[in-house]
Design a binder for this molecule. Sequence first.
Ligand SMILES: O=C(O)CCC(=O)C(=O)O
Length: 210
Amino acid sequence: MAHAHQPSMFDLDERATLGPLAGVVNRHPLTRGAWVDHVPGWVHGSEQILDVLLEQVDWRAERREMYEREVDVPRLLRWYGPDEALPHPVLDQARTALSDFYAAELGEPFVSAGMCLYRDGRDSVAWHGDTIGRGRHTDTMVAIVSFGEPRPLLLRPRGGGEPSVRFPLGHGDLVVMGGSCQRTWEHCIPKTSRHVGPRVSVQFRPVNVA
Ligand SMILES: O=C(O)CCC(=O)C(=O)O
């Protein structure tokens, strides 16, 4: 399925490669044992990867129950299991680089790659934690690499109370939500009335975290 987008001027001609992680990861401690690591522009030449993702991934529309009605999920999705080839080799490299960098702290590799396509400002994901599986009761990590038009990832403590944290994510940016983040904090990508092009997020997770 092809999705038109305006290429970003700053990495249009660049070959897709990964930047370093050691020495550039900026950790933002949150409350209750949660944290977020942030590396803006980790993937160089990210527009090339965006083009491949928009054109070659077999994006799937899903429906879900809401208030006793079936509604469209406002984004397109594709989930890649541990043994499935990813649509661009730099994504395989990214999963390996993240697994190596976080090996001592995480104790296991990132295996699956969930992908979401936000076609425009009407697409979004509501406040949630990734609490299907072990994230419900165990510290873990979810690493997200973003391509295309930046959209803000907002975080707030589960149950409210403290102010939100905000990371605009696109054009090869990396965030890693770690510690207790999935069960003590919530995150979302809100809708926007601004005219925005597509954004794809690629989420790497360890086994049995969703
Ligand atoms: O698009 C993003 O960066 C967040 C995706 C997300 O939270 C999810 O799919 O669970």
